[in-house]
Ligand binder design. Structure first.
Ligand SMILES: C[S@@+](CC[C@H](N)C(=O)[O-])C[C@H]1O[C@@H](n2cnc3c(N)ncnc32)[C@H](O)[C@@H]1O
Length: 308
């Protein structure tokens, strides 16, 4: 007899299509395909890094679109995707597009797959704000270990090459038609939001260079000098350096949406006050892991000055 047991909340979050976890559900891929900002940046970066005759590995191929961009010049593209629905879709969609003959779609796990021969470039777009949820950092770190052990001591190039992570204190309007709801939200980069007031310049808390040693842990402490306002949220900024190319080292970059995490308690600040912030989390971890670790404390510089 089959006994139905309720999954734990964590299992629900891991498995339910309505949560955008590591495996992006099929119906979400349209959002990625229609983003000219995302697609344009990746297409440019791929055009600049793939050379005629190159061998390419894509980890997390989805619909196959980035592999298809690469196939315009590459001799061979291995497009690895875990989700069987997407493997089927990528195979169907690539057949609709000329120039995809040398793309091989493989159902495989990016954590274990290795190409049959050395590759020149690894494309991987498992990029989530703050490098949470999706497993970009974990996948690339473990790929490098396997690759140098079994394929070649010379690593391929990675696209993206690096990720720069920053954080900024803000005052966010959380009132929606009179309803007060301080909840996680995402913003389109380079867009002015009238409901957001920046209270200090962002500070970089990590730079991940995929060609170097990669840590799967983030741990940071820093201090912001504030403008007058009420700090009620931190905005996390994730800038992906897709490639650096050409004689002038031109950078092709793409920002993930900014992620805004509300603080448990708002902090009223005057210009010149200092905000000490700390947090720690694991790459590929949950949003709540980061959110629960955040500590924000106001320090008034003049409080520590004793009257003479
Ligand atoms: C953000 S999507 C990008 C898809 C495609 N590369 C694009 O740019 O449109 C990430 C893809 O990685 C796949 N993925 C996640 N974890 C994976 C793993 N361990 N092995 C293989 N594919 C994985 C997801 O199913 C999803 O299709």
């Amino acid at each position: 007899m089959k006994i139905f047991t309720m999954p734990s909340i964590n299992e629900v979050q891991d498995n339910n299509d309505s949560y955008l976890g590591q495996f992006i559900p099929l119906h979400y891929h349209h959002h990625m395909l229609i983003s000219e900002y995302r697609m344009g940046a990746f297409k440019t970066a791929i055009e600049q890094t793939v050379f005629p005759g190159a061998k390419i590995l894509e980890l997390g191929g989805g619909t196959g679109v980035l592999s298809w961009f690469a196939a315009a010049k590459a001799e061979k593209v291995w497009c690895v995707e875990y989700n069987p629905d997407l493997v089927k879709e990528a195979t169907r969609l690539l057949k609709l597009n000329t120039g995809s003959e040398h793309i091989e779609v493989i159902q495989g796990d990016a954590f274990t797959y290795l190409p049959p021969e050395p590759v020149d470039l690894v494309i991987c777009e498992m990029l989530h704000p703050a490098m949470l949820v999706e497993k970009q950092i974990n996948v690339i770190k473990h790929f490098k270990e396997r690759y140098t052990q079994h394929i070649s001591s010379t690593l391929p190039r990675f696209l993206p090459e690096a990720v720069i992570l920053a954080v900024q204190p803000i005052q966010q309007n959380y009132v929606f038609m009179g309803f007060h709801a301080p909840i996680i939200e995402f913003q389109i980069p380079e867009t002015n939001y009238s409901d957001t007031q920046e209270l200090a310049e962002p500070l970089v808390y990590s730079t991940v260079d995929f060609s170097k040693e990669i840590s799967e842990e983030f741990s940071w402490e820093g201090e912001f000098t504030l403008e007058t306002g009420t700090v009620n949220a931190l905005r996390f900024i994730t800038k992906n350096i897709l490639c650096i190319s050409g004689p002038d080292n031109d950078i092709t970059e793409w920002h993930n949406p900014h992620m805004i995490l509300p603080l448990p308690e708002p902090i009223v600040a005057k210009a010149g006050d200092l905000l000490q912030v700390s947090f720690n989390y694991s790459a590929g971890g949950s949003l709540s892991q980061l959110q629960n670790s955040i500590k924000a404390t106001l320090v008034r510089p003049w409080d520590s000055v004793k009257p003479t």
